[in-house]
Design a protein around this ligand. Structure first.
Ligand SMILES: Cc1cc2nc3c(=O)[nH]c(=O)nc-3n(C[C@H](O)[C@H](O)[C@H](O)COP(=O)(O)OP(=O)(O)OC[C@H]3O[C@@H](n4cnc5c(N)ncnc54)[C@H](O)[C@@H]3O)c2cc1C
Length: 477
């Protein structure tokens, strides 16, 4: 284990390794972490300030990350990547957010999610294989474009999208309301309804779309935090791409979401929120141990109230970190340390069985970061309110956690509903009839209103039978 954490060759000014779960990392991962902390000190952190003040996209930070081969973090070694695992991905994202730049950490989270989606279905796809082998050498940044303007944080429901086969290609249309790195990424994994869509929104497909095939509006991006993240709109305006640009099979979208996009996004974004919380604690420690009150002869750190703030913030954040790394370890155990060859069997979906656990880590980490940011600001007093201390930037960046889809409102309801009512009750695609609500509402109608409703329903049923068949409700709760 590294004994001393360094920062530009000197002892680090925040919390040392004694408050980090180093026992989870291999010696190789610990060396990578130490190198990355130094890169954060010299390159990423100065750029973070510029990104925040001037809304600058952190491409320079990605160039620095590529110098450590981090864009291909879990690309197999045979393809020129580092061949690393899920625990390592969580460590790298947390490290970037904590010591370097939270905006970069979130763009990198989306890059890892897109990379994982590509690796999942790269086995017989030369286009994906070629891309994955050039990530670091050409600094090819990826992102995930899912969220739809019409369905808000229900990002699994892309109503403003379609895809159809035209000759030897797919014609892809997609309107996304939010896409991290929009207009700056070199490639995107985009989710649409499947070709030959018949009204069933659970029939989804994924496509690889390159940067020169999208329209973005970065000039409209201006936000409270993660200001370098540039999560703007993205428009794929009826672009025709070759057949091999479909990622996986037609209709593979749900498998890809449950096995890859959600697990990787939830793991890495949780690590990002944990890193921001630790970053705020580091900054606050530096301040409270230096600032003195001459009248009472004490430093701010000498007040028990301040010590309590730090004790609670460290305990809560390390609870979230342990929970997050535990999910990384689970995914490593399930996949033989992120061995992509298991997915040569297209039905292998080991990560997806634990989705409800990944929901929990994101909820906990996003809730914690906002609280810790607040408390570290309180601990620093008025000094923390000023920009030069950087606490206020970490506070603003951390606020993105709660509202980023799946939002914390959605997550806690998913977990509670699943525990109480079972998986069908989640009804992602609005297909399950809630008979209890339906009958309760019907009870409120008088006989004339019931008759009118019956006539209207019969007319609708008649019209539907004469048009394209609509999917039936799958079950009832
Ligand atoms: C910094 C940032 C980066 C992002 N990057 C990406 C990206 O790279 N790719 C991508 O696809 N998307 C991205 N998103 C989008 C994100 O995933 C959500 O889609 C988006 O934040 C939803 O915003 P909205 O205003 O539409 O919220 P709304 O959906 O309108 O939510 C408003 C409120 O309603 C609540 N709510 C919504 N649905 C329910 C429900 N079913 N039950 C209870 N409450 C509910 C919400 O929790 C919230 O409190 C990003 C968002 C942010 C903030």
């Amino acid at each position: 284990m590294n004994a001393t954490k360094t920062w530009q060759g000197e002892a680090f000014w925040g919390l040392g390794y004694d408050f980090d779960p180093q026992w989870l990392l291999t010696p190789k991962q610990q060396k990578l972490q130490a190198d990355l902390i130094e890169l954060c000190a010299s390159v990423l952190r100065p750029h973070a300030i510029d990104s925040d003040r001037n809304l600058v996209y952190p491409r320079r930070n990605f160039e620095a990350l590529a110098s450590l081969n981090l864009l291909g973090l879990f690309v197999p070694e045979a393809w020129g990547g580092l061949g690393e695992n899920h625990v390592c991905a969580a460590m790298v994202v947390e490290t970037i957010a904590r010591y370097g730049c939270p905006s970069t950490a979130m763009c990198y989270t989306m890059h890892l999610g897109a990379t994982a989606a590509a690796l999942f279905r790269a086995h017989e796809n030369p286009e994906l294989q070629s891309l994955l082998q050039r990530l670091d050498s050409e600094v090819l940044i990826g992102s995930l474009s899912y969220s739809d303007p019409e369905t808000g944080s229900h990002f699994w429901y892309p109503v403003s999208s379609k895809a159809e086969q035209v000759g030897d290609g797919w014609n892809v249309s997609k309107k996304a309301s939010w896409t991290t790195s929009a207009g700056f990424a070199d490639w995107y994994i985009v989710q649409t309804t499947s070709p030959e869509f018949d009204g069933n929104y659970s029939d989804l497909s994924c496509f690889l779309i390159y940067g020169d095939e999208v329209k973005a509006e970065p000039h409209k991006w201006d936000a409270l935090g993660l200001r370098g993240n540039q999560s703007g709109t993205l428009h794929v305006d009826g672009v025709t791409v070759p057949l091999e640009r479909m990622v996986g099979m037609k209709g593979d979208g749900v498998a890809s979401n449950d096995e890859i996009v959600d697990p990787f996004f939830l793991l890495c974004s949780s690590a990002c929120w944990n890193g921001i919380a630790m970053g705020a604690i580091d900054l606050a420690k530096q301040h409270v141990t230096r600032k003195k009150h001459i009248d009472v002869g004490m430093r701010v750190a000498d007040y028990p109230t301040i010590q309590d703030y730090f004790g609670e913030a460290i305990i809560d954040t390390n609870t979230c970190r342990s929970f997050t790394f535990s999910m990384g370890k689970l995914m490593d155990d399930l996949t033989n340390h992120c061995d992509w060859s298991i997915h040569a069997d297209l039905s292998a979906l080991p990560r997806s069985a634990y989705l409800h656990w990944y929901w929990q880590i994101k909820f906990a980490a996003a809730k914690n970061v906002a609280h810790v940011g607040d408390k570290m600001l309180h601990a620093c007093g008025g000094s923390g309110f000023k920009k030069d201390m950087e606490i206020e930037r970490y506070l603003r960046d951390g606020k993105a956690g709660w509202v980023m889809g799946p939002t914390n409102e959605v997550l806690r309801q998913f977990v509670g509903k699943l525990a109480l009512l079972g998986i069908e009750s989640l009804d992602y695609w609005n297909q399950t009839v809630n008979e209890r609500v339906l009958h309760n509402e019907l009870k409120k109608l008088d006989s004339e209103a019931k008759r009118q409703l019956a006539v209207q329903l019969l007319q609708e049923a008649e019209a539907e039978m004469q048009s394209v068949p609509k999917p039936l409700a799958v079950s009832t709760v």
